[in-house]
Ligand binder design. Structure first.
Ligand SMILES: Nc1ncnc2c1ncn2[C@@H]1O[C@H](COP(=O)(O)OP(=O)(O)O)[C@@H](O)[C@H]1O
Ligand SMILES: [Mg+2]
Length: 365
């Protein structure tokens, strides 16, 4: 799949900008703070309904304006689709697909498939479990609407349960109903996370070998529930919740569930969060991101658009080279950088200059 055209109105530092993209590589070159990431963020919004760097929708409306508008034309294997996202300063979000207003923002999901790689992703290895959890949820949500549905249901019930746990005299029958609902939702969420982690591990381990044949990469789902030999069920999870009930009432918060889980990364059998060197950390993130691209392609049977926001400068020449040659297997790529990276000089594509919220086509190679 490809993003053919993008238009931005009152989005971040763009008053009114439009660009037509190359089916291959699109390079955005410009000094810092000119609007490179803003373009890529707009792509992320069209793909997921959310920004990759903020939860605050209003922050993205151009200062002094009342609403922003993003429009993108997406080319699929057999048809084109026009995606629009409109957000006003009342936080109202409107999504249109081919001009038709959609009931839910989530209707956007999966229509423009992207794999977004930003310098922040380097945190995936060393950062808190919440970073890996959010990452995993984002990846799965893009390919599975039912997962996103379960996840938001889970978060809603969890909030209700937490509010109940904080009450002076909680209704225990209601607590039990919440625990039943949560064990059902947790079960589906954990099954899906496990499945995706296994697939990511398979693809990432292969990529890791290409980077450095000696290193063994393994992923493991780590649940706050006790799960032995990967055996669990709704009933088993419910029993564990039941057993922790007193504890939870005492502490006034939920102690078990997918909202406390993590996925562990092992490099040569050691937990990468604590033991990976900086070089290993970069390789792992690179392998993981490439695995994500392969996963998305397998799931949706289309090649996702690959977006690299300012990451080349984070990598040494060998890793840059490997990344670029992996990209040859995909259709379209968006790359931002403050300089024209030498590894890209032979690729076919378009170079755009980005300056003070203006996108100018510089040349086509
Ligand atoms: N809501 C907004 N309205 C106007 N300008 C904004 C808004 N949000 C961010 N900016 C501006 O966008 C620029 C940063 O753009 P960004 O795409 O992150 O830069 P870079 O080219 O370094 O990736 C900054 O100049 C910032 O002031
Ligand atoms: Mg940037």
């Amino acid at each position: 799949m490809r993003l053919l055209r993008l238009s931005l109105i009152n989005f971040r530092n763009y008053l009114n900008a439009e660009a037509e993209f190359h089916p291959g590589v699109n390079l955005f070159i410009g000094a810092n703070a000119q609007g490179k990431t803003n373009i890529l963020e707009a792509c992320h919004l069209l793909a997921t309904g959310r920004s990759h760097r903020t939860y605050k929708d209003l922050e993205m409306i151009r200062w002094g304006s009342e609403s922003y508008h993003i429009k993108g034309l997406v080319q699929k294997r057999s048809y084109n689709e026009l995606l629009e996202l409109h957000v006003n300063n009342q936080r109202k979000k409107i999504v249109k697909i081919n001009g038709q207003t959609q009931a839910k923002v989530a209707s956007l999901l999966g229509r423009l498939a992207i794999v977004f790689f930003a310098p922040e992703h380097m945190e995936l290895v060393k950062g808190d479990p919440s970073i890996r959890r959010r990452y995993l949820d984002m990846v799965i949500s893009q390919i599975s609407p039912s997962y996103l549905h379960n996840l938001s249901q889970y978060q809603r019930v969890l909030q209700q349960k937490n509010a109940l746990l904080k009450e002076e005299k909680p209704d225990l029958a209601l607590l039990d109903i919440y625990n039943r609902q949560l064990s059902e939702l947790s079960n589906s969420i954990i099954i899906k996370r496990n499945e995706i982690i296994n697939t990511l591990e398979l693809f990432a381990a292969r990529k890791q070998k290409e980077l450095n044949s000696q290193e063994e990469l393994k992923f493991n789902y780590s649940s706050s529930f006790k799960i032995e030999n990967n055996v669990f069920s709704e009933e088993l999870l419910y029993q564990q919740l039941k057993r922790r009930e007193k504890d939870e009432l005492f502490r006034g918060t939920s102690l078990l569930g997918p909202h406390r889980d993590d996925f562990l990364i092992f490099i040569n059998e050691k937990n990468a969060r604590y033991y990976a060197s900086q070089g290993q950390q970069r390789s792992i993130v690179l392998s993981l991101k490439m695995a994500e691209a392969l996963l998305v392609e397998r799931e949706i049977e289309e090649k996702p658009v690959i977006i690299l926001d300012d990451v080349l400068s984070e990598l040494d020449r060998d890793r840059q080279q490997l990344l670029i040659s992996s990209l040859q297997g995909f259709n379209q790529t968006f790359i931002s950088s403050t300089y024209l990276p030498p590894v890209l000089s032979e690729l076919r594509g378009r170079v755009f200059e980005v300056e003070k919220g203006k996108i100018t086509l510089r040349n086509e190679t």
